[in-house]
Design a protein around this ligand. Structure first.
Ligand code: SAM
Length: 211
């Protein structure tokens, strides 16, 4: 567990940093045009880099949810260092210890394929979102990253992974249409699949108006 976290944190901070501003652009252009003051939950949030990039754009509160204790400690230390309104909780995406209808936006990158029960995870996403809230959940470097940045990140990540024995192959993602159906079965009405190279993102909106 710790080996994985150490190795992933290094890989993420050395190679993945450039992707997060583009993922924020994707959120703004595709899900939530106004980020100011929003409460955002990142499921399997790892190092917390995506939330940090969203803090820079004015979100009000960020919740990092991750089952790995080393990831949670790392994210807590980062949030403290930058002095943001961020909180990291050790939990599974399938059992999130926060109130229903308490988040405006749920995000997750490169984690859903690791959840033991993806249907349960989506049920939790639906539960924690306010009416009118959005989910942007997927895998990859982001659908709106420019090609040259994508290539640079890919090369940098490959170089780090080649030198690090603790880097392991990850399981395949479930077929996208299966996830679209799971999200709809949880109550999401507006669900779209957004391709991202060989990966994909699921954009889902909970019916209703934000309070
Ligand atoms: C590949 S890392 C991705 C981290 C981060 N989201 C990113 O984009 O760099 C996957 C993360 O998902 C977490 N994870 C795996 N299964 C989980 C689950 N069922 N619930 C919560 N977190 C989970 C892992 O601990 C790990 O931090």
């Amino acid at each position: 567990m710790t080996d994985f976290a150490d190795s992933y944190i290094k890989q993420s901070e050395l190679a993945l940093e450039p992707i997060f501003p583009f993922l924020c652009d994707s959120v703004v252009s595709r899900a939530e045009p106004r980020l100011a003051g929003l409460t955002v939950a990142d499921l399997g949030g790892g190092t917390g880099q995506w939330l940090e990039a969203l803090f820079a754009l004015g979100i009000g509160f960020g919740l990092l949810l991750d089952e790995n204790p080393a990831m949670v400690s790392h994210a807590r230390a980062r949030f403290e260092l930058i002095g943001c309104r961020g909180h990291a909780i050790r939990c599974r995406a399938e059992a999130i210890p926060i109130c229903s209808a308490s988040c405006d936006l749920a995000i997750s990158r490169n984690s859903m394929h690791l959840w033991a029960d993806i249907a349960r995870g989506w049920a939790e996403i639906f539960r924690i979102l306010v009416p009118g809230g959005s989910a942007f959940i997927g895998r990859g470097f982001g659908p709106d990253i420019p090609g040259d940045v994508r290539e640079k990140v890919k090369t940098a990540r490959k170089a780090i992974r080649a030198k690090d024995a603790a880097c392991r192959e990850e399981p395949q993602s479930p077929p996208p249409l299966e996830v679209v159906e799971l999200a709809k079965a949880c109550g999401f009405r507006n669900v779209q699949m957004v391709p991202d190279g060989k990966s994909y993102w699921i954009l889902a909106k909970k019916n209703g108006h934000a309070p």
